[in-house]
Design a protein around this ligand. Structure first.
Ligand code: XIL
Length: 345
């Protein structure tokens, strides 16, 4: 009897437990909500259409989406003047039904251009003046189609080389560096409310790329060009060090008044998968989210696919894979649990 009374007295005398903040999030949507950011994923349209389990996880877990390929130029205008919007429309529709915002990806790039365009430029049948009109019409048509439905556009993608020079793509070669400002102005005119981003890879750590991109942004701003954000693709691999200065780089762009987004996060590994590698991968995902949360202007973290069943990595990096949060059976990996464990700022 006595010990019970003592225990009871102790419990009554103790102060109520301190409020420990919100309960742990049950999924990525709750995590995003608790942190006041958006958590997104790239979407494979064939999987969205054909795989009920993929669709279920996508719509349950994410509050932001990017078309992995469906909004690229070769997808929307494979033949000149013949637009094929069905896939992009399907993504936007599915997003609206599931309360997901959309990142448009991408208006100006050097890859996945339609053959009619690259061939026409190569054989001279499309001269620079016409090329400029084609680019203007492409941007205007696509941005206008989704006016009010796309939160943010990757207006230009990968326009700076590793050595800090502007990329020698068909746009720079035939239109000169002014194509970048033009692209932002045309996009802004077509949807004045969309946030307009410059997007790139290795911008997490590559000094020449960082410096050139910062100068580019400052120059655009000085000329009154509407640019609102910078996207860090974030294609990481555990065989490389984690980009430890990333938060500082984000801050330098935030200091220019830009919104920050991690737009294509994945963390690949050299196969085979081992428990140790999965632990390291989890740590990279955790650090990427932590870095984003440490910068007030970072409002979106998007992964480039959420399941190893549909990831670009094995097709693009020989012998590498397993880069996503869920495995091929949609089972959560340590990386998924690591994200849920990141506490509110
Ligand atoms: C990739 C897609 O994931 C692949 O399916 C496609 O074959 C090639 O493009 N940077 C980008 C993305 O900006 O558009 C790329 O997506 C990955 C690298």
């Amino acid at each position: 009897m006595k010990p019970l009374i003592i225990a009871l007295a102790l419990v009554l005398a103790l102060p109520a437990p301190a409020y420990a903040g919100p309960r742990p999030p049950r999924d990525l949507r709750e995590l995003a909500h608790q942190h006041g950011i958006r958590i997104g994923t790239a979407v494979d349209i064939a999987a969205l259409r054909g795989e009920a389990d993929y669709r279920k996880v996508l719509n349950h877990q994410f509050n932001h989406v990017t078309a992995e390929n469906a909004m690229k130029w070769e997808s929307v205008e494979p033949e000149r003047g013949a637009y094929t919007w069905a896939d992009a429309d399907a993504l936007v529709q599915n997003a609206r039904r599931n309360r997901q915002r959309v990142r448009g990806h991408t208006l100006v790039w050097h890859n996945q251009l339609p053959a009619w365009l690259t061939a026409g430029v190569a054989d001279g049948s499309i001269a620079p003046a016409e090329l400029r009109r084609i680019l203007r019409d492409h941007i205007t048509t696509q941005v206008r189609r989704y006016k009010g439905k796309i939160r943010a556009w990757d207006v230009v993608n990968e326009v700076v080389e590793e050595d800090g020079s502007l990329r020698q793509n068909i746009w720079l070669t035939h239109l000169g560096p002014g194509y970048i400002a033009d692209a932002f102005r045309w996009a802004h005119r077509a949807d004045p409310h969309a946030k307009l981003f410059i997007n790139d890879y290795n911008l997490e750590w590559n000094a020449p790329k960082i410096e050139t991109t910062l100068s580019l942004v400052k120059d655009l701003q000085a000329r009154g060009v509407p640019i609102h954000g910078v996207g860090f693709q974030g294609h990481l691999g555990i065989q490389y060090d984690y980009p430890g200065d990333w938060a500082n780089v984000m801050r330098r762009f935030a200091d220019l008044g830009l919104e920050i987004a991690v737009t294509e996060l994945d963390v690949r590994m050299v196969l085979p998968v081992t428990p140790e590698k999965l632990t390291t991968q989890a740590d990279y995902y955790r650090r990427a989210l932590t870095d984003c949360l440490s910068v007030e202007a970072c409002k979106e973290l998007t992964v480039w696919g959420f399941t190893d069943r549909h990831s670009w990595v094995p097709g693009w990096f020989d012998g590498e894979g397993a880069a996503c949060l869920l495995d091929e059976d949609l089972a959560p990996k340590p990386a998924y649990r690591a994200l849920l464990g990141v506490r509110a700022r």
